[in-house]
Design a protein around this ligand. Structure first.
Ligand SMILES: Nc1ncnc2c1ncn2[C@@H]1O[C@H](COP(=O)(O)OP(=O)(O)OP(=O)(O)O)[C@@H](O)[C@H]1O
Ligand SMILES: [Mg+2]
Length: 296
């Protein structure tokens, strides 16, 4: 995908070292260390309150680690924060990273097209953004991205008129228009029905497989980690308690890690196969293996 500045291609996509975060004296992250290589698709699994959102927010620099700690975060070989201080050129790093949230984070009253074009802001002059005068090539790129996720017919509707699944697909289109090299998705399917969930996870897997986008996706549901993510990082009470192949998370191991919290992680319905072209693979899976995208 298009990049905005030179990268260090040998560096991992995500490096987190000894990340500590307290909120009002209470620990939320307790020395999290983690590396994600470029082109990986990794599930971040954990029960409510385990620290998934807090970790993802540190990756994009929305939270700062404890001041004076040795915490470090890097993305695409560039510093995001160290010792609780944000890197001065964070804006350039952020341009390579798209974040997708549970609550769709679209501007409801604006058309889907404008929301998707928000992905292009980092390469447009301010006057174009303020007047919403986007070059034809950007509009075409947005239409192609919406086509890719199967909602081009909704391009000129207000975002508020889309279903939750369609809104999440619009958010994925925005990441495509942005040319994001990393997608951080914080429970992108938590508010969706099973069919929309499979579709959204399938699209993230396609971005990963076909465009080489690194995907780190937080999930409550272990089933979706099995279906779409070869690797899982599991958090419990702000600590990494498992980091390895998803298929290594046997029932016994999960029970050991989560005890009484396990029910919460198994509560979602298993992703059954769905019709082409966005077919979810059977469980358990060793990698993202969904079929080809719609033609752009
Ligand atoms: N802004 C904040 N202020 C105070 N405490 C916070 C804040 N954000 C998170 N926490 C606390 O940090 C801990 C981790 O929360 P976090 O939201 O990261 O968990 P999570 O794994 O994303 O949970 P969920 O699955 O419910 O989204 C929790 O104890 C939470 O109450
Ligand atoms: Mg959360």
């Amino acid at each position: 995908m298009k990049s905005t500045a030179p990268t260090a291609p040998t560096e991992p996509a995500i490096v987190v070292r000894d990340l500590h975060k307290h909120f009002s004296g209470k620990p939320a992250l307790r020395g999290v260390s983690l590396q994600v290589q470029r082109g990986e698709m990794v599930a971040l699994l954990g029960a409510s309150g385990s620290g998934k959102s807090t970790l993802l927010r540190h990756l994009s620099g929305l939270h700062k680690a404890d001041a004076g700690s040795t915490s470090q975060v890097q993305m695409q070989g560039r510093p995001v924060q160290a010792g609780g201080k944000l890197a001065p050129d964070l804006r350039r790093t952020r341009a390579r990273v798209a974040t997708i949230f549970q609550q769709f984070n679209l501007v409801d009253r604006l058309p889907v097209m404008t929301n998707v074009l928000a992905g292009a802001l980092h390469r447009l002059p301010l006057w174009r953004v303020l007047l919403a005068r986007f070059p034809a090539e950007e509009v075409n790129r947005a239409l192609a991205a919406l086509g890719r996720v199967g909602i081009e017919a909704c391009a000129w509707q207000r975002a508020s008129t889309l279903s939750g699944g369609q809104q999440q697909r619009a958010a994925i289109s925005r990441a495509l228009v942005q040319g994001a090299e990393i997608v951080l998705a914080d429970e992108p399917i938590a508010s969706l029905d099973p069919e929309s969930s499979r579709r959204v996870m399938g699209l993230l897997a396609e971005l990963n497989r076909e465009l080489g986008v690194t995907v780190l996706v937080s999930l409550h549901q272990i089933d979706y980690a099995f279906a779409y993510c070869p690797r899982t990082v599991a958090l419990r009470q702000g600590r990494v308690v498992y980091d390895g192949p998803t298929e290594g998370l046997t029932a016994e191991r999960l029970h050991e890690l989560y005890g009484t919290q396990l029910g919460e992680l198994l509560a979602a319905p298993a992703p059954a196969p769905q019709p082409a072209p966005h077919q979810a693979p059977p469980l358990p899976a060793s990698g993202p293996r969904t079929p080809a995208l719609h033609a752009a």
